[in-house]
Design a protein around this ligand. Structure first.
Ligand SMILES: *[C@@H]1O[C@H](CO)[C@@H](O)[C@H](O)[C@H]1NC(C)=O
Ligand SMILES: *[C@@H]1O[C@H](CO)[C@@H](O)[C@H](O)[C@H]1NC(C)=O
Ligand SMILES: *[C@@H]1O[C@H](CO)[C@@H](O)[C@H](O)[C@H]1NC(C)=O
Ligand SMILES: *[C@@H]1O[C@H](CO)[C@@H](O)[C@H](O)[C@H]1NC(C)=O
Ligand SMILES: *[C@@H]1O[C@H](CO)[C@@H](O)[C@H](O)[C@H]1NC(C)=O
Ligand SMILES: *[C@@H]1O[C@H](CO)[C@@H](O)[C@H](O)[C@H]1NC(C)=O
Length: 260
């Protein structure tokens, strides 16, 4: 499954270095994009480039037509591939595979030089930093749990995710279903698991206003820029539980997992 959720976000372009953010998901592969501005196609025998992280550990090294795996740090061995067919037009992108949370917030730098094809030992492009990419890694969503107690008029929403999810509540007006209100009296806590680094978020909301048709818990992942929601259809309309003429119908919680 190659459903990589990648976002290339241009932050700053200077003469010296292109600075980018790349957002991706644990377990995926992602391209670290980088292009040399070269006037024409270049001979691979004249190209030198390498990628390293902020600790100077080498991901990939290419010198005058040959890959140099002996320079690659064990952290990246077998995880990085380049594109020799694209290199001749100055595309020195590489693919990083098997992304883990250990890769989150790493800063990858690409350095390159193009030698003069005349064999003079001179440079068309002297060695310099071409690209700097900050990698943001998220964990794909797990389910949201939403439990509602209509007698105590409270709703509890829980979720585990990375990075720290942003949780919001919406209450749907019973008589005006197009209209949503923010829940009042919300208490949200987030605790990070030291083992797997996931955040456990738990939020309680007061649903004593109303009457409401449903309550929705929304979870936003800032790295993937995706919002997931779960809806609970309120059986008794929240506060107005004893409205005359309304039959207590058991409505099962409609759980809508939005993965789009
Ligand atoms: C990458 O992940 C695949 C599938 O999970 C696995 O088979 C492979 O050994 C991993 N490669 C590396 C270098 O970690
Ligand atoms: C560079 O090559 C990679 C791998 O083929 C490709 O994904 C990317 O679009 C290329 N970039 C440009 C600007 O051509
Ligand atoms: C729900 O909508 C109705 C009709 O627009 C409005 O009168 C009522 O105040 C709304 N209820 C809440 C709790 O906002
Ligand atoms: C990428 O992730 C970072 C960190 O969570 C976030 O600030 C940024 O907005 C994300 N970029 C996009 C395009 O979603
Ligand atoms: C997140 O996605 C929304 C649309 O779903 C878009 O309007 C917004 O610009 C995106 N944010 C970032 C940081 O890319
Ligand atoms: C919840 O997700 C559904 C399914 O994608 C979407 O249609 C709906 O607009 C979302 N609700 C809110 C309040 O964002």
């Amino acid at each position: 499954m190659f459903s990589v959720l990648v976002a290339y976000f241009l932050l700053l372009v200077s003469d010296a270095t292109v600075v980018l953010d790349v957002n991706t998901t644990v377990g995926e592969s992602t391209v670290l994009p980088c292009n040399l501005a070269v006037p024409a196609t270049i001979g691979l025998r004249n190209l030198r480039f390498s990628w390293q992280d902020e600790r100077k550990y080498v991901l990939y090294s290419f010198n005058r037509g040959r890959e140099r795996p002996e320079y690659v740090n064990g952290l990246y061995r077998g995880r990085v591939t380049a594109f020799p067919r694209d290199m001749i037009v100055g595309n020195i992108s590489v693919t990083l595979q098997n992304i883990t949370l250990e890769d989150n917030q790493k800063v990858f730098q690409a350095y390159a030089a193009v030698l003069d094809s005349g064999g003079t030992g001179g440079y068309i492009l002297p060695l310099r930093e071409i690209c700097q990419i900050t990698l943001h890694v998220a964990v794909a969503y797990e389910r949201i749990n939403l439990a509602v107690n209509e007698d105590t008029r409270t709703a509890v929403c829980t979720h585990r995710g990375f990075p720290k999810p942003l949780l919001t509540w919406r209450l749907q007006n019973l008589s005006d279903p197009q209209h949503f209100l923010d829940a009042r009296d919300v208490h949200t806590t987030a605790v990070q698991d030291p083992q797997d680094h996931l955040y456990s978020i738990r939020s309680t909301a007061d649903i004593s206003g109303g009457p409401y048709r449903s309550i929705i818990c929304l979870i936003h992942n800032p790295t993937l820029n995706v919002t997931l929601n779960t809806t609970h259809i309120l059986n008794k309309g929240g506060a107005e539980r004893s409205l005359p003429g309304r039959t207590a119908v058991l409505i099962l919680a409609a759980v809508v997992l939005n993965l789009s």
